[in-house]
Design a protein around this ligand. Structure first.
Ligand code: ZN
Length: 358
């Protein structure tokens, strides 16, 4: 049976192991121990993703990611009635340790009850928060599952993500010309000035109900009294709509071309990358149907929703694994006011248990 105290303890233990993206060694050791005790063969692929297998035909994948966003070191969790919050000036780390805890508790519960379950593969990835790097580098030759549930959604576990966007990132580099700002400004070409002009031609924020655009960083200049030679702009945009995405790509390219034409002596370059592709889970998706009926059996109402964020499921789906993301009881993700709702965390563990129990 799902054990509330054990589940909360596991969660609180896991969030106290620092694991910002790129520093997952300690958490992966801890999870290796836990999964080994549960009877799995645990290995890390060459990228450091954790894969736990147990043989058996047609395994089902349970997945979550090990890394957390910053500020995420020195997390001190605290229980306040039905919530777990962080008392330190950090995120809580419920993204994605709520998901990991729910998976571990489901496995623990079935083992304790000596209940039969289907063969499982557990995949805990690294660097999800860096643009799905772990999943993109996952050794899929070690994976045998054709279906996966990914515990990485915001909100309650009855929320199933059925639409996820395509994500484009772009880097614009502007090379102007340095000159003394007071003595010889006529000879300079300010890359910061060009960047400002370029950015003013680009959209910002939510563009429609499923499309967003953001300039995330701008780095330029190195000293106050010099006309700045180099500036780099990093941005991203996302939408599930291909026409909208094409339009935005064109807008970025046009803005770059306009400043190129105006500032002929500057070098302005733009690279656009596709980080992951959109997906839509149709109503007749067999896994989504099984998940919805498991949610109903918990007395909850399944809800489908659009998520503007990507997850490892975007990559798994590209690799042909029918993957569905559900909520893992985490709220206000990636902020200092993040919290996990205990009753929802229990439902997440129960949902996982129902799905894998024979
Ligand atoms: Zn996450």
């Amino acid at each position: 049976m799902i054990n509330q105290d054990r589940l909360i303890q596991t969660f609180c233990d896991l969030v106290q192991i620092d694991s910002p993206s790129g520093q997952e060694e300690e958490i992966s050791k801890d999870l290796t121990n836990r999964l080994t005790k549960l009877g799995f063969q645990v290995s890390l692929d060459s990228y450091g993703n954790l894969i736990a297998s147990e043989g058996g035909d047609n395994p089902f994948m349970l997945s979550a990611h090990m890394d957390t966003v910053e500020p995420g070191t020195g997390i001190i969790p605290k229980i306040e009635s039905d919530k777990i919050i962080s008392t330190s000036k950090t995120i809580l780390g419920g993204d994605c340790k709520a998901g990991i805890s729910a998976i571990l508790e489901a496995l623990e519960s079935l083992k304790e009850d000596s209940a039969d379950r289907i063969p499982i593969e557990v995949v805990f990835t690294r660097e999800e928060e860096l643009g799905l790097q772990g999943a993109a580098n996952l050794d899929f030759s070690k994976i045998h599952s054709k279906e996966a549930i990914v515990f990485d959604g915001e909100g309650a576990p009855n929320e199933i993500i059925t639409i996820s966007p395509t994500y484009f990132s772009f880097d614009i580099t502007i090379e102007g010309r340095a000159a003394h700002a007071g003595v010889d400004p006529e000879n300079g070409i300010s890359s910061i000035h060009i960047a400002a002009e370029l950015i003013s031609k680009l959209p910002q924020g939510r563009l429609d109900h499923e499309t967003t655009f953001n300039i995330g960083t701008i780095q330029g200049g190195n000293v106050r009294n010099s006309v700045p030679k180099d500036t780099i702009i990093n941005g991203e945009f996302r939408s599930p709509n291909i026409e909208t995405l094409d339009g935005l790509k064109m807008q970025v390219t046009d803005a770059v071309n306009q400043v190129k034409t105006k500032y002929k002596e500057a070098n302005v370059d733009n690279e656009i990358y596709t980080n992951f592709h959109a997906y839509k889970i149709e109503n007749d998706n067999p896994l989504a149907i099984r998940i919805a009926s498991a949610i109903k059996s918990l007395g909850l109402k399944p809800k489908t929703k659009y998520s503007g964020g990507g997850s490892d499921a975007n990559i798994f789906r590209e690799k042909g694994i029918n993957s569905v993301v559900v909520g893992m009881a985490d709220h206000n993700m990636h902020t200092l006011s993040e919290y996990v709702t205990i009753s929802e965390l229990i439902s997440a563990a129960k949902l996982c248990e129902i799905l894998i129990k024979k």
